[in-house]
Design a protein around this ligand. Structure first.
Ligand SMILES: Nc1ncnc2c1ncn2[C@@H]1O[C@H](COP(=O)(O)OP(=O)(O)OP(=O)(O)O)[C@@H](O)[C@H]1O
Ligand SMILES: [Mg+2]
Length: 246
C-alpha cells in the first residue's frame, strides 16, 4: 500500500529553541496510526507543521508520494484541535459543517452532498439545526470532525480526541473514528489515552523530547509505551486495549 503521508528529516524551532529535530516517518494509506509521548514532547507542534499552520525549519512533507507545499497541505490535511469548540464558527451544526466546503468555493449541490454525508458519518443528522454552542462535549467534537470531513481531506490528524469526554462520549467518538478508518481514510491520532483504543490501530509512533524514538506496527511494539512513561494496564493483551471491547 502506498504512503499517504511521509515526513523526511523534519525540524522545527521556536525562538531559537528546537521543538523537534530530524523527524522521519511514513503512514500508509488507510492506516489508523497513534502518536504518543510525554507532555512537551512536541506532538501538537508536529501536527501544526504537518497541517501548514507552523513553518518547519527544514525537511520535507509528502502526500501520496509527492512533496506538498503549505497550500496543498492546508487543503488536503485536516486537523481537529484538542479544543473542538475553537473550530466552531457558525450558528447551526449544519452551517458549521458547510463552512469549509463553502470556503473552497464549491457549488451548492456539492456542498449539500458533502454536508449530508459528513453529518451521517458522525451520526449528527438529528442535530443539524441545533446551535453548536449547545452541543455536549462529545457532540461538539463530532461536529468538528464532521466539519473537516466535508472538506474531503486525504489525511485526518486529531489532537487528543478523547480529552474531557466521559465514557459514552469517548465510545461515540471512537466509533466515529473507526467508521472513518473503515471508509479508508488515513487517520493519525495524538493521545495520552492509548489504552482506550490502541487495539484498533495498526501504526504506533512514540515521541520523546522532539524525536521519534519508536515506530512500528502497534501490535508488535505497544509494550514499549511503558518504557516512555505511558500508561498501560498490567498484563493487558493488545486486543484488550480498547474501551470497545472486541
Ligand atoms: N509558542 C511557543 N513558544 C515557545 N515554546 C513553545 C511554543 N509552543 C510550544 N512550545 C514548546 O514546544 C514544546 C512542544 O510543545 P507541544 O505543544 O508540541 O507539546 P505536546 O507534545 O503536544 O505536549 P502535551 O502532551 O502537553 O500536549 C514544549 O516544550 C513547549 O513549551
Ligand atoms: Mg499537545
Amino acid at each position: 500500500m502506498e504512503d499517504a503521508l511521509s515526513i523526511e528529516n523534519l525540524s522545527f524551532s521556536i525562538g531559537g529553541k528546537m521543538v523537534f529535530e530530524n523527524i522521519s516517518f511514513s503512514i500508509k494509506k488507510g492506516s489508523f496510526a497513534i502518536l504518543c509521548g510525554r507532555n512537551g514532547a512536541g506532538k501538537s507542534q508536529l501536527l501544526r507543521c504537518l497541517k501548514g499552520l507552523s513553518k518547519p525549519k527544514s525537511g520535507k512533507i509528502l502526500i501520496n508520494g509527492t512533496e506538498a507545499d503549505e497550500k496543498k497541505r492546508m487543503r488536503e490535511i485536516a486537523l481537529v484541535f484538542q479544543s473542538a469548540e475553537m473550530q466552531i464558527v457558525s450558528q447551526s451544526v449544519e452551517k458549521d459543517v458547510a463552512f469549509g466546503p463553502e470556503n473552497l468555493g464549491l457549488d451548492k449541490g456539492e456542498i449539500e452532498r458533502r454536508v449530508e454525508n459528513a453529518l451521517a458519518l458522525m451520526d449528527l443528522k438529528d442535530k443539524a439545526q441545533q446551535r453548536p454552542q449547545t452541543l455536549s462535549g462529545g457532540e461538539m467534537r463530532k461536529c468538528a470532525i464532521a466539519g473537516i470531513l466535508a472538506m474531503e481531506p486525504n489525511v485526518i490528524l486529531l489532537d487528543e480526541p478523547f480529552a474531557n469526554l466521559d465514557y459514552p462520549s469517548t465510545l461515540s467518538v471512537l466509533k466515529a473514528l473507526l467508521s472513518l478508518h473503515e471508509k479508508g481514510y488515513t487517520v493519525l491520532t495524538v493521545t495520552h489515552e492509548a489504552e482506550k483504543f490502541i487495539a484498533h490501530t495498526d501504526t504506533l509512533l512514540i515521541m520523546e523530547e522532539g524525536r521519534i524514538v519508536e515506530r512500528g506496527n502497534s501490535p508488535e511494539i505497544y509494550g514499549k509505551l511503558r518504557d516512555h512513561g505511558i500508561y498501560l494496564p498490567k498484563n493487558a493483551e493488545f486486543k484488550e486495549l480498547s474501551w470497545l471491547r472486541q
